[in-house]
Design a protein around this ligand. Structure first.
Ligand SMILES: Nc1ncnc2c1ncn2[C@@H]1O[C@H](COP(=O)(O)OP(=O)(O)OP(=O)(O)O)[C@@H](O)[C@H]1O
Length: 677
């Protein structure tokens, strides 16, 4: 019987099998690690490739400014409290803030819903990285944009002494009364613009050089700010709009200015008639509003048309439908030779106004011209309105039949009264030279009695006078307009009176605007009368060739710098209308006054009487440079590089431009500052 073999005790699986399993695990592990490594390697190379590609499409030096969260900026400024408000610009308010790092900043909250605000925001950001390497230029530190709530915010380094405009014309700190401080500020500005024009790659044209865009740090060193209207210079900009001169006079710094005069009038007279017609009605409208404080003078109903525009100039004045500025234009465009005084008949009386003519008013050296500053500002404004106004909007809204005709007539009647009043006042002031009564007295005597008969007009008078007895408008100097401006109201409620007063004080910024805004009287503090992006700059500071809608060039910045330099040296606004004695009217226009002083060889009369420790030589140098910058022909103006040389003493001392020099022309009266080699 076969014996049953006992079953072997339980034994572990054969070793071969265990080894087999271990081996499999190992393979899986190795495979997994390899896979992971290859994925990581792939990811590394992928992202590396992507970043290289990104760098290849963007310039390597383009470092975006820091992006801040809106809530952080809100906390930094205590919810944008009014106590932290540093100032108000044309398109936003600026607040003082402290970041969590302890850094003090200025936070500019752009007004939402305005195209110009967005443009300024984008412009600042796009130029920020190009301009960060200069100590005389204020770059932005960062920004915040909240798409949902449409908030655009820019963050800057805080400049503890605010803007030059504010310091020089309002606060007047004692430091600014020292000549050395002012001269240093001038040098900083020169170096800042020089950096933008010659050291940036590509060069940048600022486009809005003015005192409110110059900020002062704690040591009163100046930095150029606000690149909202700046643009990168491209090749097209090398073609500077030039005053037409047949004989190449523009290239010749000693050409006869009288020749130039004629060419300006000739070159532009063809399309002026219709412009004149529309401009005058707008100007009359503005003046009317200034007088009576009406709510909406530039209504679409009048269509910007002046029904009396076919009348002769004298008829028009008699009917009161044009301002007296027309006759200044008439004499210029009639071909009056400024040197000889002879009048050529070749230009008709109606072929007058142009985009460039406005600055004729400051260029004619006669006393009476400078006294009529309001005329040319208004004409300039009128021109810009005319140019930028889309015709269709006006004509469509003007086609409302008889109702609109009666409104036109009513407006014109008011305009005539307004003109009568101006005529009487001017007659007394300029012709009879009697003891000049204050404009307020005039107003009361000549018109208030009449106005008091009608309660509506009385109300208008009160609103015109700002509730201050009719005085305020006339004090367009510091006490008047600034206190007015300090009473910040919403931009919607701002009347044309304030806007006009701002323009007089050199704060009118020509920016985005359309005709609809005009009719609703929605006028920003810094103005805004143009409806195309090509309009840049600020009245009184803008170069004549840019004022006509021309492309801004480096020489436009040079012109604006010239005005700024005169303001810095004289410590006053470029246009300062006061109701004080006759002599003040002669000085109302800073530029023409400076030219007049140059002719008389009394340049130092322009210097701010409050300045202490004056260096006469440096002051003369500054004024001469300013006059060089203010030459009519852009090509004759020096470059910022030239100006750096003049100020540092490396270049020859400048000669007074021929057109401003005393007769016979003489060299500049100070000794050479050129450094010995
Ligand atoms: N970085 C800053 N530091 C201190 N104050 C500032 C700073 N930036 C602006 N401000 C103040 O805020 C004000 C408004 O500045 P903003 O640049 O908005 O307008 P503006 O230059 O006065 O007018 P516009 O918008 O017409 O050019 C300035 O006048 C200045 O007083």
């Amino acid at each position: 019987m076969p014996s049953r073999q006992p079953e072997p005790p339980f034994s572990p699986p054969p070793l071969v099998h265990r080894h087999h399993f271990h081996h499999l695990d190992l393979i899986i592990l190795i495979l997994a690690v390899t896979l992971l490594l290859s994925v990581l390697t792939f990811a590394f190379f992928f992202f590396h490739f992507l970043s290289r590609k990104r760098n290849a499409t963007a310039p390597s030096d383009l470092k975006p400014p820091h992006r801040y969260s809106f809530s952080l900026l809100r906390r930094a400024t205590s919810s944008f409290s009014t106590s932290n408000r540093l100032g108000q610009g044309g398109f936003g308010s600026v607040y003082k803030g402290t970041l969590p790092t302890g850094q003090n900043v200025a936070v500019k909250v752009m007004d939402t819903g305005t195209l110009q605000g967005e443009r300024e925001f984008n412009n600042e950001l796009s130029l920020a990285t190009r301009i960060e390497n200069s100590t005389e230029v204020l770059p932005i530190l960062g920004f915040s944009s909240d798409n949902k709530r449409q908030r655009l915010v820019l963050v800057y380094e805080l400049m503890s002494n605010g803007s030059l405009q504010d310091a020089l014309l309002h606060r007047k700190p004692p430091e600014l009364m020292l000549w050395k401080v002012r001269f240093d500020i001038a040098k900083d500005i020169v170096h800042g613009i020089h950096f933008l024009h010659h050291l940036c790659d590509p060069p940048v044209i600022h486009g809005d050089i003015k005192p409110s865009n110059i900020l002062l740090d704690c040591g009163f060193r100046a930095k150029i700010s606000d690149f909202g209207l700046a643009k990168v210079k491209n090749d097209d900009d090398s073609h500077v709009v030039e005053v037409v001169e047949e004989d190449g006079g523009a290239a010749n710094p000693y050409s006869n200015p009288a020749d130039e005069t004629t060419k300006i009038g000739e070159g532009i007279r063809e399309d002026n008639l219709s412009m004149m017609e529309e401009t005058q009605s707008v100007v009359t409208g503005i003046e009317e509003e200034v007088c009576e404080g009406n709510e909406a003078v530039l209504s679409p109903e009048n269509g910007g048309k002046n029904v009396e525009s076919e009348a002769s100039p004298s008829e028009m004045l008699e009917k009161g439908s044009v301002s007296e500025g027309y006759f200044d234009k008439y004499s210029v465009d009639s071909g009056r030779d400024l040197m000889t005084g002879s009048v050529s008949k070749k230009f008709g009386p109606k072929k007058s106004i142009s985009g460039r003519d406005w600055w004729w008013k400051q260029d004619n050296n006669g006393v009476s011209e400078s006294g009529r500053v309001k005329d040319y500002v208004m004409e300039w404004i009128g021109n810009e309105i005319k140019k930028e106004r889309p015709k269709r909007e006006w004509s469509s809204s003007s086609g409302v039949g008889e109702a609109s005709t009666s409104k036109i007539k009513a407006e014109q009647k008011k305009g005539r009264k307004r003109m009568e009043w101006w005529k009487m006042y001017d007659e007394q002031r300029f012709k009879k030279k009697e003891k000049v009564r204050k404009p307020r007295e005039w107003w009361k005597e000549e018109f208030c009695d009449e106005l008091s008969k009608k309660s509506k007009k009385k109300r208008n008078f009160r609103s015109f006078s700002g509730g201050n007895g009719g005085e305020l408008w006339w004090q367009s100097d510091e006490e008047g307009t600034t206190s007015w401006r300090r009473k910040r109201r919403s931009r919607r409620s701002m009347s044309s009176v304030e806007w006009w007063a701002d323009s007089i004080s050199g704060n009118l910024k020509t920016t985005h605007r359309n005709s609809q805004d005009w009719t609703s009287c929605d006028i920003a503090k810094s103005g805004g009368i143009s409806s195309t992006p090509s309009m840049r700059g600020t009245v009184c500071y803008i170069a004549p060739e840019c004022g006509g809608g021309g492309q801004p060039s480096e020489k436009c910045d040079v012109y604006s710098f010239g005005v700024l330099l005169l303001v810095l040296v004289s410590g006053r606004r470029p246009l300062q209308v006061t109701a004080s004695p006759m002599s003040e009217f002669e000085r109302a226009n800073l530029i023409s006054w400076a030219r007049q002083l140059a002719h008389n060889g009394k340049l130092l009369d322009l210097v701010d009487p409050n300045i202490q420790s004056l260096d006469r030589e440096q002051a003369l140098l500054c004024i001469t440079i300013a006059l060089l910058c203010l030459q009519r022909s852009p090509r004759k103006r020096p470059t910022m590089k030239d100006i750096v040389g003049m100020l540092s003493g490396e270049a020859e001392p400048p000669h007074l431009p021929f057109e401003f020099s005393p007769s016979p022309p003489s060299n500049f009266p100070f000794k050479s500052r050129r450094k010995p080699r």
